[in-house]
Structures are given as C-alpha cells and as structure tokens.
Design a protein. Structure first.
Length: 270
C-alpha cells in the first residue's frame, strides 16, 4: 500500500482523467438543489467539491473517510475551493456510519464500497440506512480499462496479476465482485435499481496533465507485478510502461486509451 503522500499525488494526477467522467455521473443523478448528501470514502474530497457544486449553495455534503491523514488533505482542498461552509468532513467507518437513520437525501461512494476486503452488501445496507425514503444511493467502481493499445496479450497478462484484478481477490465469491452490485442493491431492498457505464478516454497528442495521469495510472494498476509475469512479459512491460524507456507507449503518436466507471444507483423504499 503506497504511503499517504503518494496516494495524494496519484489522486491529483488521476483527477484530470476522472473528473469529467465523475461530473457526468453526478449530472446523471440529478441531485435536488438544496439537498444534503454523503460522500462515503471521500479520500481527498475532490468529488465532494463536484457534489457540492451540484446541490448548490443551499445544499450540503458530508465527506467521510477512515483515514485521518487523507482528511487533513481534504480539509485543505475544501478550504481552498472556498466550500468549507458547504462541505463537512468526518472521520469514520463506512461499515458503521456515525449518522442517524435517514440523515441524508442521498449517499454516494466512489471506489470504496465494493472494494475487497470489505464485504459489500452490508456497506450498501449501511448507506441505505442513512438515506431518507425516496432518496438515492449510488456507488461507482472503476470497471475496465484498455491502456496498452496494440498489446492486448501483455495487457491481458497484466490484468490477470493480483494487482491487475484488484479490488477483486482470487477465490472470492463471484457475487461479491463490484460488477454484481445490482444484487446487493436488491438484497438490501433498494428499488428502481439501475447501472450505467461511463467512459473516459485519452489520445495523442496528450496534454501534460493526461500524461502525468496515465503514468500514475500505470503505477497504480500494476505495482509489483514482476514476480507474476514471465521474463518476456516483464521486459515488454518495462519497455512500454516506464517513462524513461525509449519505447514508452505514451510517446506513440497514435496513443489511445479508455476506461469505464460503472455507476449503480437505487432508491430507498418507503
Ligand atoms: C480508492 S480511494 C477513493 C477515494 C475517493 N472516493 C476517490 O474516488 O477519489 C478509497 C477511499 O476509501 C477510504 N476507505 C477505505 N475503507 C474505508 C472504510 N471502512 N470507511 C471509510 N472509508 C474507507 C480510503 O481511506 C480511501 O480514501
């Protein structure tokens, strides 16, 4: 697990790739202006900013995270955005949310609920508990990517490593995979459950920000893979994915990559 400073740097770097996708997800939710919501596992608070923008000056967002270190960074992010009055941050565990039943109009969580080793269904139940009847529960998960165009076999091998299949863990029940979230939503009694796929992409010529984001993404998706690759794959990985290599794939004039987020959404019964 990278240290907090590395996580923060990566989250900032990735923001240029993810922000438009997550903004589109928030727009699709049509959160009521003036509503109050929860961002569970808020990390640096970057989506709390987008959520606060969506509900407007009369609305409010509570960002909750287990990591007090990340919350210190989040406080700075929120303060610098001038949104301290509209976003509160709270240390807490999504497994036992420190909020009353029905405290929020909606709850949202990105890349947290559905992540191993936490069993997902109780987390969705907990999110549902703190949302009022008629309110929305939405969880989003990074669900696929193609980052090495022209090298599908190498990319398939990388995807089959332990970090490549994260947040899933080999041997886990298929029902606990994040793409099976519709069943978790149904089991906790959420209604009108839907899933939507949101796509982000990047292509040459890459901006400096996109380049930094993709470098961070390579590091995040495939750390420590050497022991799980053949020597040939490891050599190809180093040749294509390390910025100092003369064959670094991001330098290709036809570079193109895409990724998806899956947004599961349901309505609290009542
Ligand atoms: C991959 S990061 C995602 C952060 C943010 N949602 C984003 O997409 O940028 C996962 C976050 O979930 C938080 N987290 C992990 N387990 C948690 C728990 N049990 N309760 C609350 N937050 C948790 C981590 O500290 C981290 O900030």
């Amino acid at each position: 697990m990278p240290n907090v400073d590395t996580l923060v740097q990566m989250a900032w770097a990735m923001n240029s790739l993810r922000e438009s996708v997550l903004r589109a997800a928030i727009e699709a939710l049509e959160l009521p202006p003036g509503s109050r919501g929860l961002d569970a596992g808020c990390g640096l608070g970057l989506q709390a900013l987008l959520l606060a923008e969506a509900v407007g000056p009369a609305g409010h967002v509570t960002g909750l995270d287990l990591s007090s270190d990340l919350l210190l960074h989040a406080e700075e992010v929120v303060r610098e955005a001038g949104l301290s009055g509209r976003i509160s941050l709270r240390e807490g565990d999504v497994r036992r949310l420190p909020f009353d039943d029905g405290a929020f109009d909606w709850a949202w969580s990105v890349d947290c609920v559905g992540y191993a080793p936490m069993e997902p269904q109780p987390l969705v139940k907990e999110l549902t508990r703190v949302v009022k009847p008629g309110g929305t529960v939405a969880i989003l998960a990074w669900s696929s990517e193609t980052l090495l165009p022209g090298h599908p076999v190498l990319e398939a091998h990388l995807s089959a490593t332990s970090s490549g299949i994260a947040p899933f863990i080999a041997g886990r029940r298929p029902e606990s995979h994040c793409l099976r979230a519709l069943s978790w939503f149904r089991e906790v009694g959420l209604e009108d459950n839907t899933v939507r796929t949101l796509v982000g992409d990047a292509h040459a010529p890459l901006t400096d920000e996109e380049r930094r984001a993709l470098i961070a993404l390579f590091e995040m998706r495939w750390p420590g893979v050497e022991s799980e690759l053949t020597p040939q794959d490891w050599a190809a990985f180093q040749r294509l994915c390390l910025p100092e290599s003369p064959d670094f794939i991001l330098d290709n004039s036809d570079y193109y990559a895409f990724f998806t987020y899956s947004m599961f959404r349901g309505t609290v019964a009542g």
